[in-house]
Design a protein around this ligand. Structure first.
Ligand code: CP
Length: 303
């Protein structure tokens, strides 16, 4: 495929090639001159229908490090507010000779829908509660960097699994790479189908922590919940919040991840988020190299 719409479309070999390419770009990013000319004939539009800090900025940085021309579109300050449709919006951007669209959208499947109606290469930067492929790639790359390999590692994904595109893309990516995955959270936030993806399920945080090498702590996605949240944030934090006391009770060291943005004091306390166990800012750093790799490899598939 000439798009990156989800991890579901990638093979293990595709993912390993992205990692090798990202590793080379990470070396470039550590040099005094961080820029390469690879995409200097390409124009990319970052089209964001939903708020973002990490994904939007790291795509833009990745594009600039690759010497692409970049334009940014935020739906909230655009003619979408006058009723312009998604297809019209993107076709108008493409008419200005844009080659690639990086899109974040609140609706699951928005990228797949668009791929059927416009003639451009698309990268999914998060579509509702569906997929967030570059997040899963940077997460798995960060685990590989920490442990040398992802295969055989035990990863617990803890929190709001039901509303999380990060959870689904991570599960698909980690399973393709041969990791063991356990999801943990309240019964109300773990969908019934999840075990069909080859993951273990627990509703007990301590059990997940005792089992895993890596705990990926997810945020409660209040913006995607259409009913009053159950359990309450206070109950959630008491039952599923990661704190230093819990970490210290384990007979081993585990690695702590979080895709951001963090709700400090809800799913994770500040002392844990900022401790030496945490690779949260390494994940963010790796996001630029992973997005450079994805854009570079997709540019090589231009029709
Ligand atoms: N992890 C992540 O997608 O963060 P943003 O929503 O800030 O891009």
């Amino acid at each position: 495929t000439r798009h990156l719409l989800g991890i579901k479309d990638l093979t293990e070999d595709d993912i390993q090639l992205i990692f090798e390419t990202a590793g080379n770009f990470k070396d470039v990013l550590n040099r005094p001159i961080k820029k390469v000319p690879s995409l200097r004939d390409i124009t990319i539009a970052n089209v964001f229908f939903e708020n973002s800090t990490r994904t939007r900025l790291s795509f833009e940085l990745a594009e600039k490090r690759l010497s692409a021309d970049v334009v940014n579109f935020a739906a909230s300050s655009s003619s979408v507010s006058k009723g312009e449709t998604l297809i019209d919006t993107v076709n108008n951007i493409l008419a200005m000779k844009v080659d690639m669209i990086v899109m974040r959208h609140p609706y699951p499947g928005a990228g797949v829908f668009l791929s059927r109606h416009v003639d451009a290469q698309l990268v999914n930067a998060g579509d509702g509660a569906h997929e967030h492929p570059t997040q899963a790639l940077l997460d798995a790359f960060s685990i590989r960097e920490r442990y040398g390999d992802v295969a055989g590692r035990k990863i617990a994904i803890i929190g709001d699994i039901l509303h999380s595109r990060v959870a689904l893309s991570n599960i698909l990516c980690l399973r393709k790479l041969g990791a063991e995955v356990m999801v943990c959270g309240p019964t109300t936030l773990i969908p019934k189908y999840i075990s069909s993806l080859g993951v273990k399920v627990t509703y007990n945080l301590l059990e997940a922590l005792q089992w895993c090498d890596v705990a990926n702590m997810l945020r409660i996605q209040l913006e995607r919940q259409d009913i009053a949240y159950f359990p309450s944030l206070r109950e959630y934090s008491m039952l599923y919040g990661l704190n230093k006391q819990l970490l210290d009770s384990l007979d081993k060291e585990i690695t702590i991840m979080h895709p951001g943005p963090i709700n400090r004091g809800v799913e994770i306390t500040t002392d844990v988020a900022d401790s030496h166990h945490s690779i949260i800012l390494d994940q963010v750093e790796n996001g630029v190299a992973i997005r450079m790799a994805v854009l570079y490899l997709l540019a090589g598939k231009r029709g």
